[in-house]
Design a protein around this ligand. Structure first.
Ligand code: GAL
Length: 366
């Protein structure tokens, strides 16, 4: 009898671990913008494998792989760490906080030398930092800041500047009128920084009565389906008459444009996005999206890998720039984002090889 219970228990534990490792829960993303081709995400070819002399192992706990950029972050970070002669173990939690904590515990119990985290929830991830530090493992916050925790380093882009670039582009075209703001996930500290940047630029226009923000909502879990519903609501609430849309990333911008398309006004209403996704680049040359904010992911992944491996090898990293996360002044590296529109798309995302010219212009005249 005991033996049978033992077997059942072992079976149950191995199943739980299997699910932890695979990060299985699926989020409904049926409403994805049509993407013409994303196969050619150019990975950094791994140089001659660099021997892992000192057996350094980095754990990379990711929120999700749903957006195109996170596939790039995953592959480029892996290649960069391996090129530094270290190993990396990557787990993605598909937007599930409890799963992300469990996955981080798995990486900690595997004895990684340093943990790199893209938090799904800025606050909930603080527990991961506590667990890692209890095991003597330092934590690098990647792209998104973990709040109210004693993190060791934060590497990202200047996310407030992202919002400013979006609003600067759109207010140049629409200095007066009704604006719709489609925010990101309010669990993501970046979404708050993007929004702060947007309103840094819009506020003077709002104060002098030229611009009215007629709709302003977060997009739960960054889900395109939620952005679609938000945009439908915004258009309906304003009798189908709005003058501009600022969306926190390209996936949400794609949904806003889908709604504008269905209302027959896509291309007439300027729309801002972020992430320079291929579909967004295609929409920009097509004329249905006005701009996106390009964040050169290879630079972020390589810089984070360099600092992660250096810290794992015991190097003390201190930076001039500090960001307050509600608990500590975090040593931070913030890279510069770039505004991209039809005029400069060739000399930015195409020149960098972020996307291939033939993919961006697929079917569209130059
Ligand atoms: C943000 C990130 C963006 C974006 C979004 C959705 O934190 O900075 O690039 O795509 O998450 O995953």
């Amino acid at each position: 009898m005991e033996l049978r219970i033992g077997r059942v228990l072992t079976l149950f534990v191995s199943l739980a671990l299997f699910f932890v490792a695979s990060g299985c829960e699926k989020v409904d993303r049926t409403l994805q913008p049509e993407v013409k081709s994303v196969e050619n995400i150019d990975l950094l070819p791994a140089k001659e494998a660099v021997p892992n002399k000192d057996g350094i192992k980095i754990g990379f706990s990711m929120d999700t792989l749903e957006e195109e950029r996170w596939l790039r972050d995953r592959d480029l970070f892996k290649t960069a760490v391996e090129n530094l002669g270290a190993e990396v173990e990557i787990l993605a939690a598909n937007g599930d906080d409890a799963l992300q904590v469990l996955q981080a515990e798995t990486l900690i119990s595997q004895g990684v030398d340093l943990l790199v985290v893209v938090p799904h929830n800025a606050e909930a991830a603080a527990t991961i930092v506590k667990k890692a530090h209890l095991a003597g493992i330092k934590v690098l916050s990647y792209d998104r800041l973990i709040k109210n925790a004693d993190i060791d380093l934060y590497v990202s882009f200047d996310n407030e500047r992202v919002g400013e670039l979006q609003a600067e582009s759109i207010t140049k075209l629409v200095p007066k009128g009704k604006y719709v703001y489609i925010g990101g996930a309010d669990t993501d500290n970046n979404a708050h920084l993007f929004k702060k940047g947007v309103f840094n630029v819009l506020q003077p226009f709002i104060d002098n009565g030229d611009i009215t923000v007629v709709y302003d909502q977060w997009t739960k879990n960054w889900l395109p389906s939620n952005a679609y519903a938000n945009m439908q609501e915004a258009l309906k609430a304003n009798g189908g008459k709005i003058d501009a849309v600022i969306a926190a990333n390209d996936a949400t911008a794609g949904m806003a444009i889908q709604v504008l398309m269905e209302a027959g006004i896509a291309g007439d209403v300027p729309v801002a996005g972020q992430d320079a996704e291929l579909a967004a680049a295609q929409r920009i040359v097509e004329g249905t999206q006005t701009m996106t904010v390009y964040k050169p992911i290879p630079t972020l992944a390589e810089e984070a890998a360099r600092l992660a491996v250096a810290m794992a090898r015991g190097e003390y990293i201190d930076t001039e720039r500090k960001v307050n996360n509600g608990k500590v002044e975090v040593s931070s590296v913030l890279l510069s984002p770039i505004a991209v529109n039809k005029e400069n798309i060739d000399e930015t995302v195409i020149a960098d090889g972020f996307h291939l010219e033939e993919d961006v212009y697929a079917g569209n005249k130059r």
